[in-house]
Design a protein around this ligand. Structure first.
Ligand code: CO8
Length: 257
């Protein structure tokens, strides 16, 4: 597949997708989302890939849904083709996904970051949900995912006032995992991806699935789910290898089995 709005690279065991529509600050057009999804499908299916990094440019991770594309669409148009549904592909990726955010992550751009498992932000990152200024509301999950990750007070502030928050505030409120200098963003995210990709694959996927369960279920249900996945890992060879390597004071050699 040839791509026009994203760049797709394989760096060892890490798949890197770079959003690449500089003239529109990486606004998330239908074409861009389709190409992003194709890249994600490819990395999901590739057994050599253990983690995915999603990034944008120095200026913008993504400035949100493509406003020009939405102009002129009516309710029946967006309802009939279930506009926004295609965006959820990212949230369904089973391999761990690291977002590396520099510059603006606004509207749907902030929502894409929220679908990733870890968000690493450059000091230049700015997060915001400015949809109300367009007489819209967030449509790709922010009212739910943002509220679950940072709570009601900050979510209402971001959604109702459209205030942009900087990287330091984003880290303080738990929207991002780490903040690094802009020059170190790509290397840090790739190193995090490589570290995750070197783990036992079934254990990494089950860990992601178990943490995500916390956002979908009550505590007792989530704890039971975690316990079953934890127990399931006793069926893998990697579990024996991981424990043996620790006891023998050597690095593990995982087979992803
Ligand atoms: N859509 C389309 N084009 C855009 C977008 C966008 N979201 N953002 C920027 N552009 C375009 C501009 O129109 C401009 O084009 P041109 O050069 O042809 O005039 C070009 O990108 C550069 O933009 P600026 O000159 O404004 O660049 P600045 O660096 O001065 O500012 C900003 C950058 C702050 C990012 C500014 O462009 C901006 O505020 N953009 C809009 C942000 C916004 O409102 N985002 C929310 C969109 S709505 C949304 O995301 C809802 C998601 C719902 C779910 C998904 C539905 C599918």
């Amino acid at each position: 597949m040839s791509y026009e709005t994203v760049r797709v690279e394989t760096l060892g065991s890490v798949g890197l997708v770079t959003l690449d529509r500089p003239a529109a600050r990486n606004a998330l057009s239908r074409q861009l989302i389709a190409e992003l999804n194709a890249a994600l499908d490819g990395f999901e299916a590739d057994p050599a890939i253990g983690a995915i990094v999603l990034t944008g440019s120095d200026k913008a991770f993504a400035a949100g849904a493509d406003i020009a594309e939405m102009k002129g669409l009516g309710l029946v148009d967006v309802f009939e083709n279930d506009f926004v549904a295609a965006w959820e592909r990212l949230a369904a990726v089973r391999k761990p996904v690291v977002a590396a955010v520099a510059g603006y992550a606004l509207g749907g751009g902030c929502e894409l970051a929220l679908m990733c498992d870890l968000v690493i932000a450059a000091e230049t990152a700015r997060f915001g949900q400015p949809e109300l200024s367009l007489a819209l509301i967030p449509g790709a999950g922010a009212t739910q995912r943002l509220a679950k990750s940072v709570g009601k007070a900050k979510t209402m502030d971001m959604v109702l006032t459209g205030r942009l928050i900087d990287a330091a505030e984003a880290e303080r409120i738990g929207l991002v995992s780490r903040v690094v200098p802009a020059a170190a963003l790509r290397d840090t995210a790739l190193a995090v991806g490589a570290k995750i990709a070197a783990l036992s694959r079934p254990a990494a996927l089950m860990a992601k699935e178990a943490v995500n369960r916390a956002f979908e279920s009550g505590l007792a249900d989530g704890i039971r789910y975690e316990r079953r996945l934890f127990q399931a890992l006793f069926a893998t060879r990697d579990k024996e290898e991981g424990l043996a390597a620790f006891l023998e004071k050597r690095p593990p050699r995982f087979e992803n089995r």
